[in-house]
Design a protein around this ligand. Structure first.
Ligand code: F6P
Ligand code: MG
Length: 453
């Protein structure tokens, strides 16, 4: 087994962690302040007048202070709100601090700056998750605004801007559903599967934290577009994913349970719903478990409120394919063929190899699955512990024992951490696009069927 390399951190100016901390995060926080300031009147009216105005002022103050703390590399403070996950966060903060103290003692460093986990010195993954939890703290300290999702508007705009692509994709899916009214040859089933899997993968290009909230419009036909994107798929294990599902049927005598660990709302969620529909229509799966976030997260991640908003909005749309599909989806939800689950672990800073210790209940629940699809960049970072892996490390090894069930990561690359490449691939990609690791234009489908032995 390869030695575990150190985590990505903003202390390395050549890592994407550095511009993230230095530029991208301050911009995201400024945008929060701008949004709240611009919509002050509206929010105040909707959330209860004068008292809400005072709370809004406090939130704006807290976010501005957080921005200042990041920019001046202040130490992370314990959380002050009373959400049930706060003690767990604070215990983890303490644990990280103790580890750091031990390290500092060994290397006799950090004495000048004083104690603390700092934005530009410590693990990027930890600090960035903590940042989004701190944003939440600002709202949780309120009474009237405690459930306010400051990213909701952006997520809804992203959905609306993708209308054309949504229209193309849902009409295509309707055709496929009709096709399945008759027996479809195996080779064709597989072809459709790969299409919907890859559309769901590329749906991950649309994430609002990478574009600092800049909503991009999507009007192309995502299925036809797959051909254009093909050579940017650095690892394509679609075939292996299909075989996993096929095998389930052969060994268990029934279709699979597929878990989808969701990433972003907007068009990405539409692509995930379409993939889930195809899995049911084709009989490859009989049960889909979606996993969403329990608090607003990394700007665009799907919360339960986003899930509801998306389905409600789609069912009211004046578009036959969209509204008919929505009806099917409601029926699946009613029959528990589809379920949506929340778990606080998804909004903790831990990498997934720690799941069995931190959240054994979630690990046990995922172990029921026949295939877990992890969507997006952040899930990938957590799968491989966000470390400075050599790019030719095996995906199985980088998972460091995390294997509740066969799993697959569908991810466009938005950070400088990737494994499973063949040697020479880095140079090839670099020649074509110097930002291949971080601009979301390149992607991987990496699978792990069996735990590494
Ligand atoms: O900012 C850090 C980061 O993980 C990026 O690498 C990525 O842009 C974003 O957050 C999350 O992306 P995704 O929505 O694909 O998980
Ligand atoms: Mg996301």
């Amino acid at each position: 087994q390869p030695k575990t390399p150190p985590p990505l951190s903003a202390k390395d100016p050549s890592s994407f962690a550095y511009p993230t901390m230095k530029d991208r995060i301050p911009v995201i926080l400024s945008k929060i302040v701008d949004h709240l300031t611009r919509n002050k009147l509206h929010i105040t009216k909707e959330y209860g007048g004068e008292a809400a105005r005072e709370e809004l002022k406090a939130v704006i103050g807290a976010i501005s202070e957080l921005r200042h703390d990041v920019m001046t590399n202040k130490p992370a403070k314990p959380l002050r709100d009373s959400r049930h996950d706060a003690p767990l966060w604070n215990a983890q903060l303490e644990k990280q601090l103790n580890l750091k103290r031990e390290e500092d003692e060994m290397h006799r460093t950090e004495q000048v700056k004083g104690e603390g986990l700092r934005w530009f010195d410590d693990a990027w993954l930890w600090m960035e998750c903590y940042l989004y939890r701190r944003v939440q703290e600002a709202f949780l300290m309120c009474t009237l605004l405690k459930d306010f999702d400051v990213f909701a508007q952006q997520k809804q705009d992203a959905f609306k801007n993708a209308f054309q692509s949504t229209s193309h994709l849902t009409m295509y899916l309707q055709e496929v559903i009709n096709r399945f009214k008759e027996q479809v040859p195996e080779a064709e089933v597989k072809e459709y599967f790969v299409e919907f899997l890859q559309v769901s993968l590329w749906g991950n290009k649309c994430d609002l934290s990478i574009s600092a909230g800049q909503v991009q419009s999507h009007d192309h036909n995502p299925v036809i577009h797959l051909k254009v994107l093909k050579h940017k798929l650095l690892i394509d294990e679609s075939d292996a994913v299909y075989q996993i599902l096929r095998k389930v049927f052969d060994t268990k005598g029934k279709p699979a349970q597929v878990d989808i660990v969701l990433d972003n709302a907007g068009f990405e969620l539409v692509t995930d719903l379409c993939l889930a529909e195809f899995l049911i229509t084709s009989g490859l799966a009989s049960q889909i478990v979606f996993h969403a976030k329990s608090i607003p997260w990394f700007v665009s991640d799907v919360t339960l409120a986003d899930w509801d908003w998306t389905l409600n909005t789609m069912s009211r749309m004046n578009h036959i394919a969209i509204s008919e599909l929505c009806e099917r989806w409601r029926a699946y939800l009613e029959a528990n063929t589809w379920t949506v689950e929340l778990h606080d672990f998804w909004t903790m800073p831990n990498s997934y190899n720690e799941m069995h210790k931190v959240s054994p209940d979630l690990y046990a629940c995922l172990s029921q699955s026949d295939l877990i699809l992890f969507k997006g960049d952040l899930n990938y970072r957590k799968l491989v512990s966000d470390r400075q892996w050599d790019t030719t490390t095996k995906f199985e090894s980088a998972l460091r024992g995390f294997h509740p069930a066969p799993l697959c990561s569908l991810r466009t690359l938005k950070c400088d951490c990737v494994v499973g490449l063949r040697s020479g691939q880095v140079q090839e990609a670099e020649e074509e696009d110097e930002n291949w690791m971080i601009n979301g234009d390149w992607a991987i489908i990496s699978t792990c069927e069996h735990r590494e032995t």
